[in-house]
Write a protein that binds this ligand. Sequence first.
Ligand code: UDX
Length: 463
Amino acid sequence: MKLTVIGCGYLGATHAACMAELGHDVLGIDVDADKVALLQSGEVPFFEPGLADVLRRNISADRLRFTTDYREVASFAAVHFLGVGTPQQTRSYAADVSHVESAVDALTPLLRGNHLIIGKSTVPVGTAAALAQRISVLAAPGSTVELAWNPEFLREGFAVEDTLEPDRLVLGTNPADKSGSAEQVVAEVYREILDTGVPFIRTDWATAELVKVSANAFLATKISFINAMSEICEVVDADVSTLADAIGYDQRIGRRFLNAGLGFGGGCLPKDIRGFMARAAEVGASDAVGFLREVDSINMRRRTAMVDLMSDACGGDVLGVNIAVLGAAFKPESDDVRDSPALNVAGQLALRGASVTVFDPKAAVNSRRMFPMLAYAQNVTEACTDADAVMVATEWAEFVHMTPDELADVVRDRVIVDGRRCLDATTWRSAGWRYHALGGPVRSGGQRASLVPRMSVSALGES
Ligand code: UDX
């Protein structure tokens, strides 16, 4: 099939390359000419494992190209995916859907004949219905432009895998249109994936829009739940990792997304829960998602707790202290620093007077752009040279697997603070380091924390 993909960021570039990988002829469009030139030359403008291979393979096979020209898009295909960004508005929690609207405004008047626009961006519920109105006004006389919503659930770092092997496909169509034509087209696009037995959930626009934001709200809630337990564990000297393992064995709960630590960041979860709260208020249902404010608050508190933990580890104050921060990306296998807990903590430590040196294997360029006042090192050793304390803020494999001996001779003091509970405490302690972690004692390798509770159990309420 011939397809176009509008917007070539994380979502759009991955989708375009993966649709070509499925054998379709794909034209991607972005308003950023530099990004288009990079993609066209086979370069991915961000770090995403495996994507460059898929991109290059399909450009060479003549199944994939990129442009900045909407006229080309309009004449190239009759099926257009919409994958532009919907960031948080500057002065409100609401999502900014102006890029989605601009794309529709630019494309629709140019379309001739029958076309289908398939939205993939994460949007507030009701957006598709509003866009359909817009499309009906803008469409050229005699042309039919349908709209469907097919939310994307890809995780950064696993974008190719999640696109080609999704755990479900969701399609929302116009509830007033019973023809099923959009559904047939989308089923054809994803034929190869659907043939593997992937669940295909067909619904209306509003439900499809809500599936995406509620999935992200659930994931954010799960992380904040374990981080709330982490706060309790810290007070009573319990171990939140063991707690997560124990409750995670209950299949109704599940162990995934129960890793306590610095909490969630990135371009999706934080802005999506805020956008959801804003939209719920607009439709008069703010009470229904009032808990998301608490989810957000628990999450943001982890960052302050990390700064406080570092202060404690440094004897009560970080003023004038050299701190090495390992990790700046919001999670490993990504160079994305949008709302990154790691970088946020590094910035807060600097504001408290610490001398902060950051190292991240992939996110240095983006970090420097966002926090130019921090120092950036080329590797772990350089970051840790003369450090009074080392902090692991993103669980990149190279930090998880580093040994205390590698750093022992370069640091000024052997203090390590584990913001992701990803290091083996016993190994570090037995090598003479003072090891601290968010979320209470770490008992790996037989390490026993004090069993004397700082707060009596009855103070927490027995039941
Ligand atoms: C998320 C959703 O997972 C994805 O389905 C959606 O399409 C986009 O948003 P992503 O932003 O790539 O994907 O990251 P994700 O892997 O979900 O992690 C989000 C954040 O939560 C990261 O900062 C991560 O470090 C944190 N996290 C994750 C935890 O703190 N604990 C966990 O147990 C899991």
